[in-house]
Design a protein around this ligand. Sequence first.
Ligand code: SF4
Length: 368
Amino acid sequence: MSNFPDWLDPTPYIARVEAAGRRDVLAALAAEQPSITEFAALLSSAAADELEAMAQRARHLTRGHFGNTIQLYAPLYLSNYCGGGCTYCGFSSDRKQPRHKLTEEQLQTEMSALRQMHIEEILLLTGERTQEADFDYLHHCVKAAAEHFPKVTVETFGMTEEEYRALNDAGCTGITLYQETYDPALYEECHRWGEKRDFAYRIAAPDRAFRAGLRTVGIGALLGLGDPVAESISLYQHAMHLMKTHWQGGISISFPRLRPEAGGFMPPHPVDEKKLAQIIFAFRICFPDVPLVLSTRESAAFRDGMAGIGINKMSVASRTTVGGYDNGCAEDEGQFEIDDGRDVPTFCAMLRAQQLEPVFKNWDAVFR
Ligand code: SF4
């Protein structure tokens, strides 16, 4: 693909992953500031045999940079209309299911339900741009949400710099935008139609968001789609590119995973929990002060094990249907299946039992 940036190419480092032995892994674990070569060693099968040592190093760094805290947030699905045709997603436009978008009244009741759960940070989601849920609709929802929540971020379609600037002015603090896969050929295969099909436009969206003044950008690869080693290396390179180019902003990295046993889509490269843990630890060791995020896609047991050991930010009590909190649409097909369905008090009790402090607010509206 002509628009594929050279700096994303994982090829030179894949051989290093394959060649890494125990000595390379121990050197990476001892490094003050691990490089991409050391990151590659941490993704190797030799590193899989040192998972306990990786967990200890990751825990040490997570506690050193974030203390004993876990930042909490919740998603709020505004609409399941979508113009996209992603093979792996329940909202794809060829899936037959009821489509909704929140009315003004429903938006208010959903937000009120989240406020009652003590949520302070919300992530507003839509599908790809449609007539029903377009930029103006999203802009209106951001403005409404900013009146109730100190931190409002969006996970929607890729936008122009001008649109990101308008969202920023409306009170949006950041975006989450996963590239899904960094393999351009696979990207084309999975994104069959819609604006999202444009790999180059999407990969440049975080740059546009930062240039527009948004404070935070969350990135990630949808694990299970491509080779997890190659995806992790490209994700590392993407993170480094953003940190160097937009040093005044803050990135976060998420680890969404397609579960082989969930939904109707069989991921071509399934990632099991052990591999996922290894990837999370490798990122924590190489990005000690970057927020690492884990959603309710994962099981309660896995999330409990990762809290404070690499991961420092988690969604909680999520609903992935439109109107799922207080508008009776919980029976619709969600964008993905949730495994950890615990409510906020139960989840917080688990954190406290591990001497971790749930944090609902770390951002004041006056900073917007
Ligand atoms: S991943 Fe996003 S763009 Fe793709 S089908 Fe789902 S909602 Fe639409």
